[in-house]
Design a protein around this ligand. Sequence first.
Ligand code: DGY
Length: 327
Amino acid sequence: MKPSIYITRKLPDVCVAELKEKFDVKMWESEEIAVPQDVLLSEVKKVDALLTVVSDPVTEELLSVASNLKVVANMAVGYDNIDVEAATKRGIYVCNTPDVLTETTADLTFALLLATARRVVEAAEFTKEGKWQSWSPFLLAGHDVHHKTIGICGMGKIGEAVARRAKGFGMEILYHNRTRKPEAEKEIGAKYSSFESLISQSDFVVAMAPLTNETRHMFNAEVFRKMKSTAIFINTSRGAVADEGALYEALEQKEIAGAGLDVFEVEPIASDHPLLQLKNVTALPHIGSASIDTRMAMIHICVENIQRILTGESPKTLVNKSMLETK
Ligand code: DGY
Protein backbone atom coordinates (compact mmCIF):
# COMPACT_ATOMS: atom_id res chain seq x y z
CA MET A 1 0.00 0.00 0.00
CA LYS A 2 1.27 3.45 -0.94
CA PRO A 3 1.75 6.04 1.81
CA SER A 4 -1.11 8.54 1.87
CA ILE A 5 -1.30 12.30 2.09
CA TYR A 6 -4.11 14.69 2.97
CA ILE A 7 -3.93 18.25 1.64
CA THR A 8 -6.19 20.64 3.51
CA ARG A 9 -6.75 23.15 0.69
CA LYS A 10 -7.25 22.84 -3.06
CA LEU A 11 -3.91 23.31 -4.77
CA PRO A 12 -3.18 23.51 -8.51
CA ASP A 13 -2.93 20.08 -10.19
CA VAL A 14 0.56 20.87 -11.42
CA CYS A 15 1.75 21.19 -7.81
CA VAL A 16 0.43 17.81 -6.70
CA ALA A 17 1.10 15.78 -9.85
CA GLU A 18 4.47 14.60 -8.57
CA LEU A 19 2.98 13.50 -5.25
CA LYS A 20 0.16 11.65 -7.02
CA GLU A 21 2.68 9.53 -8.95
CA LYS A 22 4.10 8.04 -5.78
CA PHE A 23 1.47 8.40 -3.09
CA ASP A 24 -2.27 8.26 -2.46
CA VAL A 25 -3.27 11.90 -2.36
CA LYS A 26 -6.57 13.28 -1.12
CA MET A 27 -7.30 16.98 -1.14
CA TRP A 28 -10.00 19.21 0.37
CA GLU A 29 -11.68 20.49 -2.80
CA SER A 30 -12.16 24.14 -1.90
CA GLU A 31 -9.71 26.97 -2.30
CA GLU A 32 -11.55 29.52 -0.17
CA ILE A 33 -13.33 27.49 2.48
CA ALA A 34 -11.24 25.86 5.18
CA VAL A 35 -11.60 22.15 5.83
CA PRO A 36 -13.92 21.66 8.84
CA GLN A 37 -12.12 20.35 11.91
CA ASP A 38 -14.32 17.21 12.09
CA VAL A 39 -13.38 16.30 8.50
CA LEU A 40 -9.71 16.87 9.28
CA LEU A 41 -10.05 14.76 12.43
CA SER A 42 -11.41 11.89 10.41
CA GLU A 43 -8.90 12.22 7.51
CA VAL A 44 -5.85 12.48 9.76
CA LYS A 45 -6.53 9.03 11.24
CA LYS A 46 -5.65 7.41 7.91
CA VAL A 47 -2.71 9.34 6.55
CA ASP A 48 1.10 9.43 6.66
CA ALA A 49 1.43 13.11 5.78
CA LEU A 50 -0.57 16.30 6.10
CA LEU A 51 -0.09 19.42 4.03
CA THR A 52 -1.69 22.22 6.03
CA VAL A 53 -2.23 25.96 5.71
CA VAL A 54 -1.85 28.59 8.39
CA SER A 55 -5.54 28.58 9.35
CA ASP A 56 -5.66 24.85 10.17
CA PRO A 57 -5.34 24.22 13.90
CA VAL A 58 -3.13 21.17 14.31
CA THR A 59 -3.92 20.48 17.92
CA GLU A 60 -2.89 17.84 20.41
CA GLU A 61 -6.38 16.33 20.00
CA LEU A 62 -5.87 16.04 16.24
CA LEU A 63 -2.40 14.58 16.58
CA SER A 64 -3.55 12.07 19.18
CA VAL A 65 -5.71 10.25 16.61
CA ALA A 66 -3.11 10.43 13.84
CA SER A 67 -1.52 7.08 14.44
CA ASN A 68 0.34 6.86 11.08
CA LEU A 69 1.23 10.51 10.72
CA LYS A 70 4.90 11.21 10.05
CA VAL A 71 4.91 14.80 8.87
CA VAL A 72 2.92 18.01 8.96
CA ALA A 73 4.14 20.31 6.19
CA ASN A 74 2.73 23.75 6.90
CA MET A 75 2.48 26.19 4.01
CA ALA A 76 3.80 29.15 6.04
CA VAL A 77 6.95 30.26 7.77
CA GLY A 78 4.94 30.68 11.00
CA TYR A 79 3.74 27.54 12.78
CA ASP A 80 1.76 28.86 15.74
CA ASN A 81 -1.24 26.92 14.36
CA ILE A 82 0.58 23.68 15.22
CA ASP A 83 1.19 22.16 18.63
CA VAL A 84 4.86 21.48 17.84
CA GLU A 85 5.56 20.02 21.27
CA ALA A 86 2.77 17.47 20.90
CA ALA A 87 4.00 16.57 17.40
CA THR A 88 7.58 16.11 18.59
CA LYS A 89 6.40 13.92 21.47
CA ARG A 90 4.74 11.65 18.91
CA GLY A 91 7.76 11.61 16.56
CA ILE A 92 6.01 13.70 13.89
CA TYR A 93 8.12 16.06 11.80
CA VAL A 94 6.83 19.64 11.49
CA CYS A 95 8.06 21.56 8.43
CA ASN A 96 7.56 25.18 7.40
CA THR A 97 8.44 27.35 4.38
CA PRO A 98 11.08 29.90 5.41
CA ASP A 99 13.24 32.05 3.10
CA VAL A 100 11.17 31.84 -0.10
CA LEU A 101 8.65 34.34 1.26
CA THR A 102 11.04 36.82 2.88
CA GLU A 103 11.19 39.49 0.16
CA THR A 104 7.54 39.12 -0.85
CA THR A 105 6.35 39.59 2.73
CA ALA A 106 8.68 42.56 3.17
CA ASP A 107 7.23 44.11 -0.02
CA LEU A 108 3.71 43.75 1.36
CA THR A 109 4.73 45.11 4.76
CA PHE A 110 6.18 48.18 3.14
CA ALA A 111 3.19 48.54 0.81
CA LEU A 112 0.89 48.45 3.84
CA LEU A 113 3.02 51.00 5.66
CA LEU A 114 2.93 53.36 2.66
CA ALA A 115 -0.78 52.77 2.05
CA THR A 116 -1.65 53.50 5.68
CA ALA A 117 0.57 56.58 5.95
CA ARG A 118 -0.58 58.09 2.65
CA ARG A 119 -4.22 56.91 2.92
CA VAL A 120 -3.98 55.14 -0.43
CA VAL A 121 -6.91 52.78 0.03
CA GLU A 122 -9.19 55.51 1.34
CA ALA A 123 -8.16 57.82 -1.53
CA ALA A 124 -8.76 55.14 -4.17
CA GLU A 125 -12.23 54.40 -2.78
CA PHE A 126 -13.00 58.14 -2.61
CA THR A 127 -12.12 58.56 -6.29
CA LYS A 128 -14.10 55.52 -7.46
CA GLU A 129 -17.12 56.57 -5.40
CA GLY A 130 -17.24 59.88 -7.33
CA LYS A 131 -16.58 62.00 -4.22
CA TRP A 132 -13.78 64.08 -5.77
CA GLN A 133 -15.02 67.62 -6.33
CA SER A 134 -11.85 69.69 -6.73
CA TRP A 135 -8.18 69.73 -5.85
CA SER A 136 -7.94 70.98 -2.30
CA PRO A 137 -4.95 71.73 -0.06
CA PHE A 138 -5.49 69.02 2.54
CA LEU A 139 -7.60 66.55 0.61
CA LEU A 140 -6.67 63.11 1.99
CA ALA A 141 -3.38 64.48 3.31
CA GLY A 142 -1.48 61.81 5.20
CA HIS A 143 1.87 61.28 6.87
CA ASP A 144 5.31 61.34 5.29
CA VAL A 145 7.32 58.13 5.26
CA HIS A 146 10.68 59.29 3.94
CA HIS A 147 13.21 60.32 6.57
CA LYS A 148 10.90 59.26 9.43
CA THR A 149 11.79 56.69 12.08
CA ILE A 150 10.76 53.07 11.66
CA GLY A 151 10.87 50.69 14.64
CA ILE A 152 10.98 47.02 13.72
CA CYS A 153 10.03 44.62 16.52
CA GLY A 154 11.36 41.21 15.56
CA MET A 155 14.46 41.41 13.38
CA GLY A 156 14.35 38.07 11.62
CA LYS A 157 14.92 37.72 7.89
CA ILE A 158 11.68 39.50 7.02
CA GLY A 159 12.45 42.29 9.51
CA GLU A 160 15.84 42.81 7.88
CA ALA A 161 14.24 42.87 4.42
CA VAL A 162 11.81 45.55 5.65
CA ALA A 163 14.76 47.50 7.05
CA ARG A 164 16.51 47.42 3.65
CA ARG A 165 13.41 48.93 2.07
CA ALA A 166 13.26 51.58 4.82
CA LYS A 167 16.88 52.48 4.10
CA GLY A 168 15.89 53.29 0.52
CA PHE A 169 13.38 55.77 1.90
CA GLY A 170 16.08 57.48 3.97
CA MET A 171 14.45 56.36 7.22
CA GLU A 172 16.09 56.14 10.61
CA ILE A 173 15.88 52.43 11.47
CA LEU A 174 15.46 51.13 15.02
CA TYR A 175 15.02 47.47 15.81
CA HIS A 176 14.29 45.34 18.81
CA ASN A 177 15.04 41.63 18.88
CA ARG A 178 15.93 38.87 21.35
CA THR A 179 19.45 38.89 19.93
CA ARG A 180 21.38 41.75 18.37
CA LYS A 181 22.05 41.65 14.63
CA PRO A 182 25.52 43.13 14.08
CA GLU A 183 25.34 42.47 10.28
CA ALA A 184 22.08 44.42 9.99
CA GLU A 185 23.59 47.22 12.08
CA LYS A 186 26.62 47.37 9.79
CA GLU A 187 24.99 46.80 6.40
CA ILE A 188 21.66 48.57 6.82
CA GLY A 189 22.52 51.03 9.55
CA ALA A 190 19.77 49.68 11.83
CA LYS A 191 20.17 50.67 15.48
CA TYR A 192 19.41 48.26 18.28
CA SER A 193 16.89 49.72 20.72
CA SER A 194 15.12 48.64 23.88
CA PHE A 195 11.42 47.91 23.30
CA GLU A 196 10.48 50.90 25.50
CA SER A 197 12.59 53.34 23.57
CA LEU A 198 11.57 51.92 20.17
CA ILE A 199 7.86 52.34 20.81
CA SER A 200 8.24 55.90 22.09
CA GLN A 201 10.60 57.12 19.33
CA SER A 202 9.20 55.49 16.20
CA ASP A 203 6.86 57.09 13.68
CA PHE A 204 6.12 53.61 12.34
CA VAL A 205 6.07 50.68 14.75
CA VAL A 206 6.19 47.45 12.77
CA ALA A 207 5.32 44.13 14.43
CA MET A 208 7.37 41.33 12.88
CA ALA A 209 7.84 38.94 15.80
CA PRO A 210 6.44 35.40 15.58
CA LEU A 211 3.54 34.59 17.89
CA THR A 212 4.74 32.83 21.05
CA ASN A 213 3.68 32.88 24.71
CA GLU A 214 6.13 35.76 25.19
CA THR A 215 4.93 37.88 22.26
CA ARG A 216 1.18 37.37 22.69
CA HIS A 217 -0.36 40.81 23.34
CA MET A 218 3.09 42.44 23.54
CA PHE A 219 1.33 45.48 22.01
CA ASN A 220 -1.14 46.27 24.77
CA ALA A 221 -2.89 49.40 26.09
CA GLU A 222 0.17 50.59 27.99
CA VAL A 223 2.39 50.17 24.93
CA PHE A 224 0.02 52.04 22.61
CA ARG A 225 -0.19 54.85 25.19
CA LYS A 226 3.59 55.25 25.06
CA MET A 227 3.66 55.64 21.27
CA LYS A 228 3.66 59.04 19.57
CA SER A 229 0.18 60.39 18.84
CA THR A 230 1.32 60.53 15.19
CA ALA A 231 2.59 56.93 15.22
CA ILE A 232 1.31 54.30 12.81
CA PHE A 233 1.21 50.65 13.89
CA ILE A 234 1.82 48.00 11.22
CA ASN A 235 1.25 44.30 11.80
CA THR A 236 2.10 41.60 9.26
CA SER A 237 3.18 38.89 11.73
CA ARG A 238 0.25 37.47 13.69
CA GLY A 239 -2.87 39.24 14.94
CA ALA A 240 -2.47 38.10 18.53
CA VAL A 241 0.84 39.93 19.06
CA ALA A 242 -1.45 42.94 19.53
CA ASP A 243 -4.39 43.23 21.91
CA GLU A 244 -7.03 44.26 19.36
CA GLY A 245 -9.32 45.77 22.01
CA ALA A 246 -6.48 47.98 23.21
CA LEU A 247 -5.53 48.85 19.63
CA TYR A 248 -9.11 49.90 18.88
CA GLU A 249 -9.16 52.15 21.97
CA ALA A 250 -5.79 53.69 21.07
CA LEU A 251 -6.99 54.48 17.54
CA GLU A 252 -10.38 55.72 18.68
CA GLN A 253 -8.88 57.91 21.43
CA LYS A 254 -6.25 59.24 18.93
CA GLU A 255 -3.42 57.92 21.10
CA ILE A 256 -1.92 56.76 17.80
CA ALA A 257 -2.67 57.97 14.27
CA GLY A 258 -3.35 54.80 12.33
CA ALA A 259 -2.85 51.10 11.82
CA GLY A 260 -2.11 48.87 8.85
CA LEU A 261 -3.13 45.31 9.61
CA ASP A 262 -2.66 42.19 7.50
CA VAL A 263 -3.36 39.79 10.37
CA PHE A 264 -6.01 39.52 13.08
CA GLU A 265 -6.64 37.69 16.33
CA VAL A 266 -9.49 35.80 14.67
CA GLU A 267 -9.27 35.25 10.93
CA PRO A 268 -11.19 35.96 8.83
CA ILE A 269 -12.09 39.12 10.78
CA ALA A 270 -15.85 39.81 10.78
CA SER A 271 -16.87 42.77 8.62
CA ASP A 272 -18.67 44.35 11.61
CA HIS A 273 -15.54 44.18 13.79
CA PRO A 274 -14.96 47.59 15.48
CA LEU A 275 -11.46 47.92 13.97
CA LEU A 276 -12.88 47.73 10.45
CA GLN A 277 -15.22 50.65 11.15
CA LEU A 278 -12.27 53.05 11.67
CA LYS A 279 -11.12 55.24 8.77
CA ASN A 280 -7.55 55.21 10.05
CA VAL A 281 -7.27 51.41 9.74
CA THR A 282 -6.05 49.80 6.52
CA ALA A 283 -6.98 46.13 6.66
CA LEU A 284 -5.86 43.28 4.42
CA PRO A 285 -6.78 39.56 4.44
CA HIS A 286 -3.44 38.00 5.52
CA ILE A 287 -1.74 38.35 2.12
CA GLY A 288 1.84 38.98 3.25
CA SER A 289 3.35 36.21 1.15
CA ALA A 290 0.66 36.25 -1.55
CA SER A 291 2.48 36.62 -4.83
CA ILE A 292 1.92 33.82 -7.33
CA ASP A 293 5.63 32.97 -7.53
CA THR A 294 6.06 32.87 -3.77
CA ARG A 295 2.92 30.85 -3.10
CA MET A 296 4.05 28.32 -5.73
CA ALA A 297 7.49 28.18 -4.10
CA MET A 298 5.89 27.61 -0.67
CA ILE A 299 3.81 24.71 -2.03
CA HIS A 300 6.89 23.29 -3.69
CA ILE A 301 8.79 23.22 -0.37
CA CYS A 302 5.88 21.47 1.35
CA VAL A 303 5.74 18.87 -1.41
CA GLU A 304 9.50 18.34 -1.23
CA ASN A 305 9.47 17.95 2.55
CA ILE A 306 6.67 15.39 2.37
CA GLN A 307 8.41 13.41 -0.38
CA ARG A 308 11.67 13.41 1.51
CA ILE A 309 10.17 12.21 4.75
CA LEU A 310 8.01 9.55 3.16
CA THR A 311 11.04 8.19 1.31
CA GLY A 312 13.31 8.16 4.34
CA GLU A 313 15.32 11.32 3.64
CA SER A 314 15.82 14.31 5.94
CA PRO A 315 13.39 17.18 5.45
CA LYS A 316 14.60 20.44 3.94
CA THR A 317 13.06 22.89 6.38
CA LEU A 318 12.37 21.33 9.73
CA VAL A 319 10.83 23.20 12.67
CA ASN A 320 11.29 20.57 15.41
CA LYS A 321 15.01 20.06 14.84
CA SER A 322 15.29 17.86 17.94
CA MET A 323 13.60 15.17 15.81
CA LEU A 324 16.87 14.69 13.93
CA GLU A 325 18.75 14.03 17.16
CA THR A 326 16.31 11.34 18.25
CA LYS A 327 16.37 9.48 14.88
C1 DGY B 1 3.45 32.77 7.10
O1 DGY B 1 4.15 32.28 6.22
O2 DGY B 1 3.63 32.54 8.29
C2 DGY B 1 2.34 33.64 6.64
O3 DGY B 1 1.72 34.30 7.64
C3 DGY B 1 1.37 32.84 5.78
O4 DGY B 1 1.66 33.24 4.50
